[in-house]
Design a protein around this ligand. Structure first.
Ligand SMILES: NC(=O)c1ccc[n+]([C@@H]2O[C@H](COP(=O)([O-])OP(=O)(O)OC[C@H]3O[C@@H](n4cnc5c(N)ncnc54)[C@H](OP(=O)(O)O)[C@@H]3O)[C@@H](O)[C@H]2O)c1
Length: 296
């Protein structure tokens, strides 16, 4: 089984971003609410990656008791800050806030600064099949975009193949389905209510697992020769990071699999940097062609 490591591609894409950023001051702000330990680590990694390519990354950390009004004000202020070109609201929000506002909170971010592609405008554009470059920019959510780029890098065929995605979240499963459709794949999305998950998964030439359940997928779910994308991230009982797939079980069955760590995770961060840089240059070109210079 080939290991689809993100290292080479990620290094190459980041070095290209560094070149594009020469002589430009581009800012990405990550807003984190509360003290979820995993989010703290993820945000620190994102800020570190910004520095690596010459992006000005900063974190705004709000307490877990933050009200929806305060969060909204913080995001609106960032929308209006000319030094900020990309904004990401780190999810999950603390339980109370999540219950009150849920994904609506992402709509307080201007679509023109939506580095994670989660606003309903950008998701709408994505599901209309709009391109992710050019004037009607549909920002691709980072994790699915990273998955597609990684599979293309390894020349995994996508046209006409059966792709099964386990998980239907707005962050991973749903936008991934859309991006695979664009590649002319035949896409099935499975979820917690799907009947006979193993049988559905065994149809897949490319199986993308984003269920957030450690070790959910094993030998019985994998067709011989399938390519597996393991999106899940968990801390196993031995303290090591692992995914949703029992990778040791499928080593002689799958043709390739993304590692955890070192696969989808780094690609997600690279796509965040790329989205921010794309948004910055889209805003620049908009400013030079429109008298108002503002694009929603
Ligand atoms: N590597 C990265 O950079 C990265 C980025 C994002 C997420 N992740 C990881 O990816 C995983 C998924 O993230 P998420 O935000 O998409 O999670 P999520 O919002 O919790 O969604 C999980 C999805 O999986 C489905 N599911 C749960 N249990 C299932 C089961 N037993 N059988 C079939 N489907 C099942 C759920 O179905 P229902 O809709 O029916 O509930 C849901 O659609 C998590 O481990 C997360 O940490 C990693």
């Amino acid at each position: 089984m080939k290991i689809l490591s993100a290292s080479d591609l990620s290094r190459d894409l980041r070095s290209r971003l560094k070149t594009r950023l020469k002589d430009h001051r581009v800012g990405l702000t990550v807003v984190r609410v509360g003290d979820d330990p995993a989010s703290q680590v993820y945000v620190a990694n994102k800020i570190r990656a910004c520095a690596e390519v010459g992006l000005h990354g900063q974190e705004v950390h709000l307490p877990a008791t933050t009200s929806s009004d305060v969060l909204k004000t913080a995001l609106v202020n960032l929308n209006e800050n000319p030094n900020v070109h990309g904004i990401l609201l780190q999810l999950p929000l603390p339980a109370g806030l999540a219950k009150n506002v849920g994904l609506d909170a992402t709509d307080w971010i201007s679509p023109a600064k939506d580095a994670d592609g989660l606003t309903s405008i950008n998701q709408g554009r994505l599901h209309q099949g709009r391109p992710h470059d050019g004037p009607a920019l549909a920002v691709r959510p980072c994790t699915p975009a990273g998955i597609i780029e990684l599979l293309k890098f390894y020349e995994v065929p996508l046209r006409g193949v059966e792709v099964v995605i386990v998980g239907r979240s707005s962050i991973v499963g749903r936008p991934a389905a859309e991006l695979f459709l664009r590649e002319d794949a035949t896409v099935t999305v499975a979820h917690s209510q799907s009947k006979d998950l193993a049988q559905i998964c065994r149809r897949a030439d490319v199986l993308v697992v984003a269920a957030g359940k450690m070790g959910l997928i094993g030998r019985e779910h994998v067709k011989k020769g399938a390519v597996i994308v393991d999106v899940g991230i968990h801390r196993g009982p031995d303290g090591k990071l692992c995914g949703d797939v029992r990778q040791s079980e499928i080593a002689d069955l799958a043709s390739a699999c993304t590692p955890v760590p070192g696969g989808v995770g780094p690609m997600t961060i690279t796509m965040l940097l790329q989205n921010t840089v794309d948004l910055y240059f889209a805003a620049q070109s908009q400013r030079s062609t429109s008298p108002q210079g503002n694009r929603i």
